[in-house]
Write a protein that binds this ligand. Structure first.
Ligand SMILES: Nc1ncnc2c1ncn2[C@@H]1O[C@H](COP(=O)(O)OP(=O)(O)OP(=O)(O)O)[C@@H](O)[C@H]1O
Length: 309
């Protein structure tokens, strides 16, 4: 089988314990592949290691064991091929929104003229609806939603092959969140970029993702399942809930978070493979790729469980 665009191989992370106590094994032997252009979300309870995985993919942290291979090359250290958006914007506070973007674009395209850098940056700020003077304001003069738009514009403007999003909408109100989700999906759909996004919101994951990775609780967390979201695009927020698979997928995710993430915690895959079990939904309900695991564990159709995570 050809190697996927992004290949996570035998990834483990241990942190030293405080004052000589046992080290903390956050996750162990994580294996997964992501294809070029895929939009993948990862969900799991707080502390299972999602951000640690994202930081390793970004090259900002190193695994204790294993490797991340992107485009056939091992990831080591940060690169402009990987753009990152954090929940807390991470903008340079002394620069205007525009300059926050031009700064990154200039670093990416060192031989571009000032005009090229400016026009390219404005194009991406326009895409996220930040023009008409707002682009000249500093982060402290912008709302949270506007700051997050700048972060997204900056990340997309450097046209990274891989976009890493760590709960990018976590701090936003529902309305702003919805409009930025729509912008994100529009920009992604018009590119060949690959997205890896952490979220705690199952509805957001179903709206955005091609595939949702589910992590068990830590320590010794693992990516237990890969749930395929085969709902056709473009997906419209108001309509997607009427799709025949929507609540089956949603129930599966909620049930995992409420129950199985805990039950599976610290347990190896029954087959000893340590690769996520692939779950697909269709007219006949969920089908798992290995021994039909998971099929009998899914809640009844249209039963919605609220309040997980
Ligand atoms: N530098 C560090 N030193 C020691 N322990 C760490 C360090 N960074 C993270 N951890 C621990 O690793 C575990 C995983 O942390 P991580 O931030 O990756 O989890 P997460 O799934 O992203 O959580 P959340 O959803 O709350 O952001 C946690 O128990 C955390 O305390």
């Amino acid at each position: 089988m050809p190697t996927p665009f992004l290949s996570v191989q035998g990834l483990s992370k241990r942190f030293p314990g405080p004052k000589g106590s046992d080290p903390l094994t956050v996750f162990e032997n994580v294996n997964l592949g992501i294809e070029k252009g895929e939009f993948v979300c990862i969900i799991g309870h707080s502390g299972c290691g999602k951000s640690t995985i994202l930081n390793i993919l970004a090259g900002l942290d190193e695994p204790t064991d294993g490797a991340v291979i992107m485009n056939g090359r091992e990831v080591s250290g940060p690169s402009l091929d990987r753009g990152i958006v954090f929940q807390n914007y991470s903008l340079l506070p002394w620069l205007s929104a525009l300059k926050n973007v031009t700064f990154a674009v200039q670093a990416r395209h060192r031989n571009w003229t000032k005009k090229q850098v400016h026009d390219h940056s404005i194009k991406y700020l326009e895409m996220v609806g930040l023009t008409g003077g707002a682009e000249l304001r500093k982060p402290s003069q912008l709302s949270g939603g506007m700051r997050q738009r700048v972060s997204i514009a900056r990340a997309f403007a450097i046209q990274p092959e891989l976009l890493l999003l760590d709960e990018p909408f976590g701090a936003l109100d529902a309305l702003t969140r919805g409009s930025i989700q729509d912008e994100l999906i529009r920009i992604w759909a018009g590119s060949d970029q690959t997205v890896f996004m952490i979220t705690h919101d199952v509805d957001e994951a179903i709206l955005l993702a091609d595939r949702i990775l589910l992590m068990t609780n830590g320590p010794y967390a693992r990516v237990a399942e890969s749930v395929q979201v085969d709902i056709e695009r473009p997906r419209v927020r108001a309509d997607i809930i009427h799709h025949p698979d929507y609540y089956d997928i949603r129930n599966h995710l909620v049930e995992f978070l409420a129950k199985r993430s805990r039950e599976l915690a610290g347990k190896r895959d029954e087959d000893g493979v340590s690769e996520p079990n692939v779950i697909r939904f269709g007219l006949n309900g969920p089908v798992a790729n290995k021994s039909n695991k998971g099929a009998g564990e899914t809640p009844a159709r249209a039963r919605v469980v609220n309040g997980a995570d």
